[in-house]
Design a protein around this ligand. Structure first.
Ligand code: TXA
Ligand code: MG
Length: 338
C-alpha cells in the first residue's frame, strides 16, 4: 500500500486532519505525533483496525495498547468504575504524558486490551493528536509507531523509516517534545503501581499517590515464569543491532578510551575527553535533554558498524529514571560498573 504523507503546515492543516480522521473512521491506521513519541493510531472500537496495528508493527498479540482521548466525556466511553483519584490526576497531568490503567468498558475492542479486563488511557497534549481524536470522534488506540523491538519514533521520519508501505498515512508533525513514552500507572489493584516511568515523574506522583510502588520490572529483568503486570515489560526493546552495554560510574571517558571496535554514547560535558567514535545524547544535568534525544541516538548507533556500544547511564531520579529504564532494556540488562 502507498503510505500518504500528510503535511501539517498552516495551509494544509485542516485538510490533513480531515483526511486522517476519515481514514481512521474507515478502519485504517495513521501515524500521529504526540508529545512523547509518535503513535500508530486506529479506532479503539474496531477489532479489524487494531489487528492492522499489531500486524504493521509485528507486535506480540498479548501486549495491550494505550487508548488516547481528547476530553473527559470520552473517558466514560472507555473506562468504568473510575476512582476519584483519576480526576485529581487528570486535573494535574492531563493533557500530558501520564497513562492510567483502569477497568475497561465493553465498547473497547478486545484486542486493544489483549484479553485483559483493563484499559490504559491517556489524554495527549500534542495539538495534532488532539485534533485528530476530536475530528474522528473516536478514542484512538495507539502504540508507539515503530517496528516492535526498535527504538521508539520521535520524528515523522523514524515512522516512515519503519512503516512506509505498511500503514495508510503519517501526519508529518514536528519532533516529539519529551522523546520517551508516557508514564504508566495502574489504579486497578489494592495499591497504585508505577509500571513504566516517563516524563511525569515518580516523585511528582507521590504527592498524589503516597503509597505508589515501583514495579520490579522497571529496573530489573523479569525472570522466566514471572508474571508481568504490564505485558510490554517482558519484551526486548529499543535495541540497536550493535551489542549495547549500560555503563555506570564517573570515569566513563577513561573506560571507553580503552575499548576497541566500539562506540560511546555520552553526555556533552565529557565528549571532548572521549577518543573513540561517539554520539552525544544531552547534558548530564538536564535529564529532559537526555530523554529528548535518546531514541534518535539509539537509531544512529548502527551506522558506525562497530561491535559494541557503551552508553553512559543517567541518574535514576526524575526523568532520569525513564531514560535509565529504556537504556537498560536497550542493553538487554547488561550493566557495567566502573
Ligand atoms: O507515550 C506513549 O504512551 C506512547 C504514545 C503513542 O502515546 N504510546 C506507547 O504505547 O508507548 P506502547 O504500546 O508502545 O506502550 C504501551 C505500554 C506497554 O508497555 C503495555 O504493556 C502497557 O502500556 N499497557 C497497555 N495497556 C495496559 C493494561 N491494560 N495493563 C497494563 N499495561 C498496559
Ligand atoms: Mg512501544
Amino acid at each position: 500500500m502507498e503510505t500518504l504523507r500528510l503535511a501539517v503546515n498552516e495551509t494544509e492543516y485542516q485538510e490533513s486532519i480531515t483526511t486522517a480522521a476519515e481514514i481512521l473512521k474507515n478502519g485504517g491506521v495513521v501515524g500521529v505525533p504526540t508529545e512523547t513519541v509518535y503513535g500508530l493510531a486506529a479506532s479503539a472500537y474496531d477489532n479489524n483496525a487494531i489487528k492492522k496495528v499489531f500486524d504493521a508493527k509485528g507486535r506480540p498479540q498479548d501486549n495491550p495498547l494505550i487508548v488516547h482521548i481528547s476530553d473527559m466525556e470520552m473517558l466514560k466511553d472507555v473506562a468504568e468504575d473510575i476512582p476519584e483519584i483519576v480526576y485529581t490526576l487528570a486535573e494535574n497531568f492531563w493533557p500530558g504524558p501520564l497513562t492510567m490503567v483502569l477497568h475497561r468498558t465493553e465498547k473497547i475492542a478486545e484486542s486493544v486490551s489483549a484479553g485483559l479486563l483493563t484499559v490504559a488511557v491517556r489524554m495527549p497534549s500534542n495539538t495534532v493528536a488532539l485534533d485528530v481524536i476530536k475530528k474522528s470522534g473516536l478514542p484512538l488506540a495507539a502504540p508507539s509507531a515503530n517496528v516492535s523491538g526498535r527504538p521508539s519514533p520521535t520524528s515523522a521520519y523514524h515512522v516512515v523509516n519503519d512503516l512506509d508501505g505498511k500503514i495508510d498515512a503519517v501526519l508529518m508533525g514536528d519532533d516529539c517534545d519529551f522523546g520517551v513514552e508516557s508514564t504508566v500507572i495502574t489504579l486497578v489493584g489494592q495499591t497504585p503501581i508505577l509500571l513504566r516511568p516517563g516524563a511525569v515523574t515518580y516523585e511528582q506522583l507521590l504527592n498524589f499517590l503516597p503509597t505508589l510502588e515501583i514495579a520490579d520490572a522497571v529496573l530489573n529483568e523479569l525472570k522466566s515464569g514471572d508474571k508481568a503486570e504490564s505485558p510490554g515489560m517482558k519484551y526486548k526493546h529499543y535495541a540497536p543491532k550493535t551489542t549495547a552495554f549500560l555503563v555506570e560510574g564517573d570515569n566513563f571517558a577513561d573506560f571507553v578510551n580503552k575499548q576497541e571496535n566500539a562506540v560511546a554514547v555520552c553526555f556533552e560535558e565529557e565528549a571532548n575527553n572521549i577518543k573513540i567514535p561517539k554520539l552525544i545524547y544531552g547534558s548530564v544535568n538536564d535529564t529532559l535533554s537526555l530523554a529528548h534525544s535518546i531514541f534518535a541516538v539509539l537509531r544512529e548507533v548502527d551506522k558506525f558498524g562497530a561491535e559494541r556500544v557503551f552508553i553512559h547511564a543517567p541518574e535514576k531520579e526524575g526523568v532520569g529514571l525513564a531514560v535509565y529504564n529504556r537504556l537498560i532494556r536497550a542493553a538487554a540488562f547488561k550493566v557495567i560498573n566502573i
